[in-house]
Design a binder for this molecule. Sequence first.
Ligand code: C2E
Ligand code: CA
Ligand code: CA
Length: 287
Amino acid sequence: IIKNTRFALHKAKLNGKNRFEFFDKADYANYIKRLEIQGELRSSVNDNFKGFELFYQPIVDADTGRIEGAEALLRWKSDQYGFMSPVEFIPLLEESSLIIPLGSWIIDTAAAQCNEWVKIIPQFVMHINLSFVQIAKSNVIKDVIENINKYEAGNEHFVFEITESIQMDSNIAIKRVLKEFVDNGFLLAIDDFGTGYSSLSHIRELPIDIIKIDRCFVIDLGKDDYAETFVRMVAELADTIGVRMCVEGVEDDGQLQILKDMKKVQYIQGYYYDKPLTEEAFEKKYL
Ligand code: C2E
Ligand code: CA
Ligand code: CA
C-alpha cells in the first residue's frame, strides 16, 4: 500500500502539486515496463552496444532522382519486447543519458559506413541525428571530430540533424556548439521543421544548411491548402537565404509532383523511394 501510495503521490507532484491522484494499476505497469526497458538498454550499451543497429534511408535529389546520401536511423531489439520503435526507446536513452555513449557509437558506425560509400558515390552525404542531450550534456563536437577524423571522408560528407526546440532559440551555449560544427566544415540540418516550437527566425539566426520539413505536412499535401502553402513559404524563405530544403515522408507520386513543381525543394526522403534499409540491403540496391 505504501509503495502504491508513493507512486500516486509522485504522479500528483508531477502533474502540478496540491492535488489528488488515484493510484492507477495500468500507469504503474507502464512505469515498471519503462524501468525494465531502461535496464535492458543499459545492458545493451554496456555489452558493447549489442542489439543496436543502424539502418539507412536514402535521400535523393528532387529533380534528378539521383541518390545524394542517407539518414542513419537507430534500431534496437529488446530481449523481452522484440523490435521497438526509436520513438519509444530514444526518450529512455535520453532520460538516463545513455544516449551519450551510444551517440558516440552511432557517430562512429555511421562515419565508418560513410567512408566506404563515398568511395563508390563521391557526393554521398551521411545524415546523423543528434539528441539535444548529447549537445547539452557532453562534449559532442570533440566526440564528432575524434570519430570522424579516423576516416578519410571529409567533414563535408556529414550532416548533423537536430530537432528544433525552444532551448535552441534561447540558449547561447547551444548556439556556440552549433557554430563549432559549421566552423569545422560539417553541415547542419534542422529536423522536423514545422512541428512543436517553430520559429521562422531560426532559419536566419542559426548556421544551418538544410531544413527538413516534417512528414505531417506531406500527409496533407494535395488535401489541405495550409500544408502546401506552408511548405511553399518555407521553401521560398530558405531559398532566399541559401538554405536547402529536404522534405521527409514522401510516399506517393502525387506528393512528389507537388513538391517538384515548387522548384525550391532540393531533397526528398520517404517510402516512395525506400524505407530505412539494413546496411546489406542498402549496398545491394544503391551501390
Ligand atoms: P526522424 O529523424 O524524423 O526520422 C525520420 C523518421 O520517419 C524515421 O522513423 C523514418 O523511418 C520515418 N519515415 C521516413 N520516410 C517515411 C515515409 O515515407 N512514411 C512514413 N510513415 N515514415 C517515414 P524512425 O526510424 O522510426 O525514427 C523515428 C525517430 O527516432 C527519428 O525521427 C529520430 O527523431 C529518432 N531517431 C532515430 N534514430 C536516431 C539516432 O540515431 N539518434 C537520435 N538521437 N535519434 C534517432
Ligand atoms: Ca532526422
Ligand atoms: Ca524528421
